[in-house]
Design a protein around this ligand. Structure first.
Ligand SMILES: Cc1cc2nc3c(=O)[nH]c(=O)nc-3n(C[C@H](O)[C@H](O)[C@H](O)COP(=O)(O)OP(=O)(O)OC[C@H]3O[C@@H](n4cnc5c(N)ncnc54)[C@H](O)[C@@H]3O)c2cc1C
Length: 305
C-alpha cells in the first residue's frame, strides 16, 4: 500500500500533473492521485487552443498523457486513485483514497471541475443517449444530423465548431444576448455557415423516449415554448468545482471553488490549490498548468529543508 509522501497532489489534469512533475523535480517525494480518468477536462478536446508551444493547437489526448509521462519520468508516483477526504494528522494531512490512507506533509488540491447539468426534465433519462459533453467523441457519429449546443462561453463555442465539421447543422442555444466566449471563437462561430445561434433562448426540456429527439425551448420571439428537432444535445453551461473532499477544511466561495491567497495557499495550513477547482481560476489550460507548478513550489517552500 501507499506510504507517506512529502507532497500528495489530488488531480490528474494539467494542473495536478504539472504539480506532481514540479514537486518531484524539486526533490520531494510526490504522489499524484489522478482520479478514475487521468487527463481531466482536456482529455477529449480535439484541439487545445492557446497553449504555449503549440501554435497549431494540440489534441488533449496527446497533451495529457505526455504530461503524465513527464511526471512519471521526473519521479512522481502517479496512480489512478481518488481522494475521498482529508484529516489533520501529526502536523500534516492524512489523505484518504478509495483504496486506503496515505500521509502527506503537504497537499495540493487540483481536482478540477465537472460539467454543470441543465437541470431540466429529460436530462437524467437521456444522459448518454444523445446528451453528451464530448464533441470529438460523439460528433463523428452524428454526421448529417442537426444537433444543439447549450451555452455561449468558450467551451460551447469550441465544441460547436468541432461539431460543425460533421453535423449538418449546429444550433447554439444561448440564454444571453451576446456570446461570452473569446473573440477568436466568436469570429469563427459567426463565420461558420453550419452554425445558427439563437440568443435569449432557454432550454425547458429534452425530448425523446430512448434517445434525444428534440428540445423544448422558450425564446424571445415566442410567447409559448417551441420544439426543435435535434439528434443530440451538448450542454456547456458552466463548471462545478470538485472541492467536496476538502471543503470541510478549506474556505470555498459560493460556487464551492477553493479560495486561495496569491501564493495558492488555502485557509488550511499545508493545503494548496491549483487549476479550475480554485476560486477565480482563469479557465485556461496554460493558467492551470502554471498554477500547478507554482503550487508545488509554494508547497516546497512551506516544507522547508
Ligand atoms: C469543452 C472544453 C474545452 C476547453 N478547451 C480549452 C482550450 O482549447 N484551451 C485552453 O486553454 N483551455 C481549454 N479548456 C479549459 C481547460 O480544460 C481547463 O482550464 C483545464 O483542464 C483545467 O485543468 P485542471 O487540471 O485544473 O482541471 P481538470 O482538467 O478538471 O482536471 C482535474 C482532474 O482531477 C481529477 N479528479 C477529480 N476529482 C478527484 C478526486 N477526488 N481525487 C483525485 N482526482 C480527482 C479528474 O479526474 C481530473 O483528472 C476547455 C474546457 C472545456 C470544458
Amino acid at each position: 500500500m501507499l506510504d507517506g509522501y512529502d507532497i500528495v497532489v489530488a488531480g490528474g489534469g494539467v494542473a495536478g500533473l504539472t504539480a506532481g512533475l514540479t514537486a518531484a523535480r524539486l526533490g520531494r517525494s510526490a504522489l499524484v492521485l489522478t482520479g478514475v480518468v487521468p487527463g481531466g477536462l482536456l482529455l477529449t478536446i480535439d484541439r487545445v487552443d492557446g497553449f504555449p508551444g503549440f501554435p497549431e493547437g494540440i489534441a488533449g489526448y496527446e497533451l495529457c498523457p505526455s504530461l503524465q509521462e513527464q511526471a512519471d519520468a521526473a519521479g512522481a508516483e502517479v496512480v489512478a486513485l481518488e481522494l475521498t477526504s482529508v484529516a489533520e494528522r501529526n502536523g500534516g494531512w492524512q489523505v484518504t483514497t478509495d483504496e486506503g490512507d496515505v500521509d502527506a506533509l503537504a497537499l495540493i488540491v487540483a481536482t478540477g471541475a465537472r460539467f454543470r447539468r441543465l437541470g431540466v426534465p429529460g436530462e437524467d433519462r437521456l444522459l448518454g443517449h444523445g446528451i453528451s459533453t464530448c464533441a470529438s467523441c460523439d460528433g463523428p457519429l452524428l454526421g448529417g444530423a442537426t444537433v444543439a449546443v447549450v451555452g455561449g462561453g468558450d467551451s460551447a463555442l469550441q465544441e460547436a465548431l468541432t461539431l460543425a465539421e460533421t453535423a449538418a447543422k449546429v444550433i447554439v442555444l444561448h440564454r444571453g444576448e451576446g456570446l461570452d466566449g473569446q473573440a477568436s471563437y466568436r469570429l469563427r462561430v459567426e463565420a461558420q455557415p453550419a452554425i445558427e445561434i439563437r440568443y435569449g433562448t432557454l432550454v425547458e426540456e429534452i425530448l425523446g423516449a430512448e434517445r434525444v429527439e428534440g428540445v423544448r425551448v422558450r425564446g424571445p420571439a415566442t410567447e409559448s415554448a417551441t420544439e426543435l428537432e435535434v439528434a443530440a444535445v451538448f450542454p456547456f453551461v458552466g463548471l462545478q468545482p470538485n472541492s467536496e473532499p476538502v471543503s470541510e477544511h478549506v474556505g470555498v466561495d459560493d460556487r464551492g471553488a477553493v479560495r486561495t491567497n496569491g501564493g495558492l495557499a488555502t485557509s488550511a495550513d499545508g493545503i494548496f490549490a491549483a487549476g479550475v477547482v480554485r476560486s477565480r481560476a482563469a479557465g485556461r489550460a496554460a493558467a492551470a498548468t502554471g498554477e500547478g507548478a507554482a503550487a508545488a513550489i509554494a508547497a516546497d517552500e512551506y516544507l522547508g529543508r
